[in-house]
Design a protein around this ligand. Structure first.
Ligand SMILES: Cc1cc2nc3c(=O)[nH]c(=O)nc-3n(C[C@H](O)[C@H](O)[C@H](O)COP(=O)(O)OP(=O)(O)OC[C@H]3O[C@@H](n4cnc5c(N)ncnc54)[C@H](O)[C@@H]3O)c2cc1C
Length: 409
């Protein structure tokens, strides 16, 4: 029997880990990774906006098979992470298994060959083609397609406008009047990074966020030396960080203990917000929703679960609250009514003029695997199956019933 071949889609951190596992843990080399970008790194290649960085300690946000003693600080910036991803791919000789600027359009399970027919488009030549594989693995990540919002009159605006994930580096924002729409993690990183260079920023934010303190310190030479030369020192630090971060997850759990913990974390966040942000914003900054609220599971009424709908990902503050003290920054706690040629009219009818509008509107997080269309046994469409089941479901988050030899990372 011939050995199976594998197709992986996506060369972000997940695709790189998968490639390393196949090649160096399993000794298996008959695999190809197809990536729509022009190189590796996924999120860290796509997102190049000012201030982009990790909000998880980078010693933890590293490949277990390639710890890096050279991280410059506790929470590293995007370019340093991307460089690490590139270096990892070269160190483990994974690049020759990768093809770039190729987008996967979808895949069909072929009942006759018992293989996957995977459809691709070469983004340079626009040529579409099919490759077959015994095993088909999706490593496309959850947030690689920006959420493109449509506001009335948007097409009329004559200035510059781009999404944070498509930052236009040819545009010089120095001394310009900037609007930032949104106040999620990307906005919280962009605003402090540009506030001192622009003439003004007006930030539109419809609802509040939980901001948490997260200082970021450069590693000293002694620490770097220790990471490099003291055996297992970095692994020990990583274990500590893992346990600390894992403990944060319990904030979202049901039960009395978690409720008490949640209240403590919320209280701490409130006090942090009050200590950093100007008083005039205190009311609009503190959320009126909990970090997570308990509810009963409709399929298993005896079980308490945590309902995160209406709640948001908490923000580990990258100096955003401090930036709110800058005199050229104004936070407008309202949405957008419409755009016109010169600017934005907000929901309250206030008109502001801008040179550049930054859309910090996030990503298409609800539409798993899109725009890929995956058809399994009986030509079942994956997204249709999930819709009928009431949401995305996979065994161990990886394998889906009726989709043989298909895995989701
Ligand atoms: C701005 C930003 C900051 C973040 N910060 C953190 C953080 O601090 N800590 C943290 O834990 N997480 C963070 N994340 C989440 C981050 O996405 C994950 O940590 C990590 O990158 C996921 O890796 P991945 O390989 O699964 O997905 P990705 O990094 O998204 O990589 C997926 C790859 O698949 C490719 N792809 C997608 N669809 C196709 C297709 N149809 N055909 C071909 N290729 C395709 C994409 O181009 C991409 O290169 C952040 C995300 C963003 C956007």
């Amino acid at each position: 029997m011939s050995s199976p071949n594998v197709i992986v889609i996506g060369a972000g951190p997940s695709g790189i880990s998968m490639a390393h596992t196949m090649k160096h843990k399993l000794g298996f080399t008959d695999f190809t990774i197809y990536e729509k970008l022009d190189g590796v790194g996924g999120t860290w290649r796509t997102n190049t906006y000012p201030g982009v960085g990790c909000d998880v300690p980078t010693i933890l946000y590293s490949f277990a098979f390639n710890l890096n003693p050279n991280w410059s600080k506790e929470l590293c910036d995007g370019p340093e992470i991307l460089e690490y991803m590139e270096a990892t791919v070269d160190k483990f000789d994974l690049r020759k298994h990768m093809e770039f600027s190729i987008e996967c359009l979808g895949a069909n399970w072929n009942e006759e060959t018992k293989k996957w027919d995977v459809r691709f488009k070469d983004l340079k030549t626009k040529i579409e083609f099919v490759r077959c594989a015994a095993v088909f693995i999706s490593a496309v990540g959850g947030i690689s397609y920006p959420r493109d919002v449509k506001f009335p009159g948007m097409e009329k605006f004559k200035g510059a406008m781009f999404h944070t994930a498509r930052w236009d580096h040819s545009y010089d924002y120095e001394g310009k009047r900037m609007a930032v729409i949104g106040n999620g993690c990307s906005a919280a990183q962009v605003v402090p990074a540009v506030v001192k260079d622009v003439a003004s920023i007006k930030q539109y934010a419809r609802s509040a966020q939980w901001y948490h303190e997260r200082p970021n310190r450069n590693f000293s030479k002694a620490e770097t030396w220790a990471f490099r030369y003291i055996p297992l020192w970095e692994r020990w630090k990583r274990l500590q960080l893992f346990l600390e971060n894992d403990d944060l997850v319990t904030t979202y759990m049901p039960g009395a203990e978690a409720t008490t913990k949640r209240a403590k974390v919320e209280d701490h966040a409130k006090r942090y917000i009050f200590s950093r942000a100007p008083k005039k914003y205190h009311n609009v900054l503190v959320p009126n929703f909990p970090l997570g609220k308990e509810c009963t599971n409709s399929q298993a009424p005896a079980l308490l679960t945590i309902d995160l709908s209406g709640c948001k990902r908490r923000i580990f503050d990258p100096n955003y609250l401090d930036a709110l003290n800058e005199p050229n920054l104004e936070l407008l706690p309202e949405g957008i009514q419409e755009f016109d040629e010169t600017g934005i009219v907000s929901e309250s009818g206030r008109k502001e003029e801008f040179d550049v509008i930054v859309l910090a509107t996030g990503f298409q997080v609800q539409r798993f695997l899109t725009p890929m269309e995956v058809f399994g046994k009986g030509k079942n469409r994956l997204n249709q199956q999930w819709k009928e089941q009431g949401g995305a479901q996979a065994y161990m988050g990886t394998f889906v019933h009726g989709f043989p030899n298909f895995a989701i990372l």
